[in-house]
Ligand binder design. Structure first.
Ligand code: SIN
Length: 299
């Protein structure tokens, strides 16, 4: 018999990271923070190191009024680490690491890039670590991006459930997403080349509880869009665990939601978050640019 789910309480600790290089204003109790008083191209090397520490703490950070050119965006993102090869998108001419995500005002689509809860490209053997996203133009309302803190969600599981999850490896594959998108759009996703497509379908097995490569913090590595199984389990055995973890992790209490402004730049930590951008702004143009930083194999 199901019982009423009790809202998580306790253990929320999004107090501001202290930096000599910028100000920090937390966005929500669970995660997220605005970085103030600095323009990204002006950060020194120590400032970039401090920004990364702020990102590991808050999981998603954003800055208003940056109005970066493609060149400035690429140069800033390149200071976060080596660029990843994106599984889906291609760069703009002359700035191949800066990838457009644009929905035109007259475009009506049943499926939007990034429209379901996901972490970026977890089907890769080495999924990206940090994603940056900037807005050039956006709708007057709608088009918000929401994140959830998967480290906080892990801490809110019972010790018994945590212990059960620790040895498990989750199968991340683009197979369900391919099938769903093909059904919704009436045609397959353009995945670039056959090798990328095969790799996406085959996917990768990763720890379901991963240790952050910089902080050692444990986080759930779960994904509504790409988690399709658990190593050694039948689909029937794995599905209830995946469904529970997605429902648990995406509870309101673990999330933050960003209302975009033109000129804003944000970045998130794919090792400790999921995110989604809802398809709720038909009739308005939304022009975004994104970069991804290479990550290692999750451990
Ligand atoms: C993404 O999933 O990377 C895009 C999210 C958004 O456009 O808000």
């Amino acid at each position: 018999m199901w019982q009423v789910r009790v809202a998580p309480c306790g253990d929320f600790d999004n107090h501001p990271f202290q930096s000599a290089h910028f100000g920090v204003e937390p966005l929500a109790a669970a995660m997220g923070a605005e970085i103030t008083g600095v323009r990204l191209p002006d950060l020194s090397d120590d400032g970039i190191a401090s920004l990364k520490q702020a990102l590991w703490k808050h999981k998603m950070v954003y800055l208003k009024d940056q109005h970066l050119s493609h060149g400035e965006h690429e140069e800033f993102a390149g200071r976060l680490g080596r660029f990843a090869v994106d599984a889906y998108t291609q760069g703009v001419p002359e700035h191949r690491e800066v990838h457009p995500i644009i929905k035109e005002a007259d475009e009506v689509t049943p499926s939007l890039f990034g429209g379901g809860w996901h972490t970026d490209s977890p089907f890769l053997a080495e999924p990206p670590s940090v994603t940056t996203l900037r807005q050039v133009e956006g709708p007057p309302y709608g088009g918000d991006t929401t994140w959830t803190n998967t480290a906080l969600a892990f801490r809110h599981l019972s010790e018994t459930y945590q212990a059960m999850l620790r040895p498990l490896r989750v199968h991340m594959s683009a197979s369900n997403n391919f099938a769903t998108q093909a059904k919704l759009r009436g045609e397959p996703i353009d995945f670039g080349d056959d090798e990328k497509r095969e790799q996406g379908l085959k996917g990768s097995f990763h720890p379901l509880v991963r240790k952050h490569p910089e902080t050692g913090e444990d986080a759930l590595y779960i994904c509504d869009t790409y988690a399709v199984g658990i190593e050694g389990m039948t689909t029937h055995e794995a599905k209830p665990i995946i469904d529970f973890l997605v429902a648990h992790t995406t509870q309101h209490a673990f999330t933050c939601r960003l209302r975009w402004q033109p000129g804003m730049v944000c970045m998130w930590d794919n090792a400790a978050t999921m995110h989604l951008g809802p398809n709720d702004y038909d009739g308005f143009r939304r022009e975004m640019y994104r970069t991804t930083t290479a990550g290692g194999a999750p451990v």
